[in-house]
Unconditional design. Structure first.
Length: 195
């Protein structure tokens, strides 16, 4: 099956790496490109579903396409709930597998692009001073400059200066853009309890 799939994928111009076991895959260095894993549910050492859980626990988020000759609805539901992109029952048509791989690669490209965006935003956030981080949290919580100044014990003019620096450093074009960035980064934005 591995050889047949390798030939199929190569025939449509995909780069392929095959593994004889889950241990072989975990020992190898995965390429830093959009990828997916075509995985049989029944494997010699560990079930494909258990291996899916192990990968997630190890922080390896690679889209998985499951294939099986003995699938049932609960098994399919379990795989899909755990993030599988597709679940194909053998025998499947070549075109079904190629379409599933293309969907999985598109999912991984999107995930990688989002990760790169978050990483870039995190670097920008780390360039902020401690005071600017205080201000960005309060601005994104919806507080006005006067309230932020009172909360932080600084002047309203100083808050305005910090806001200008924050907008520039975070490359935000508007307040709405800044709030979106804060949401993406998961910065805590609760309004302070003091009045």
């Amino acid at each position: 099956m591995r050889e047949a799939l390798e030939g199929l994928f190569r025939s449509v111009g995909l780069r392929v790496k095959v593994f004889g076991s889950t241990a072989e895959l975990t020992r190898s260095t995965l390429p830093n490109v959009a990828s997916c894993l075509v995985l049989d549910v029944r494997l010699p050492e560990v079930s494909g579903l258990d291996f899916q859980v192990e990968l997630a626990a190890a922080g390896i988020y690679i889209p998985i396409i499951f294939m099986t000759g003995h699938g049932d609805i609960p098994m399919t539901v379990q795989a899909m709930k755990a993030g599988a992109v597709d679940f194909l029952t053998k025998p499947f048509r070549h075109q079904e597998m190629i379409q599933a791989v293309n969907r999985a690669l598109a999912v991984d490209r999107k995930r990688r692009a989002e990760y790169a965006t978050v990483l870039e935003l995190r670097l920008l956030y780390e360039s902020l001073t401690a005071r600017e981080r205080d201000v960005i949290a309060l601005v994104s919580a919806g507080l006005r400059n006067k309230r932020i100044a009172a909360e932080l014990g600084i002047s309203e003019i100083t808050v305005k200066v910090h806001r200008v620096h924050i907008m520039r450093k975070m490359r935000a074009r508007s307040l709405a853009d800044l709030v979106r960035i804060v949401d993406v980064l998961g910065i805590h934005r609760d309004k302070p309890a003091r009045i």
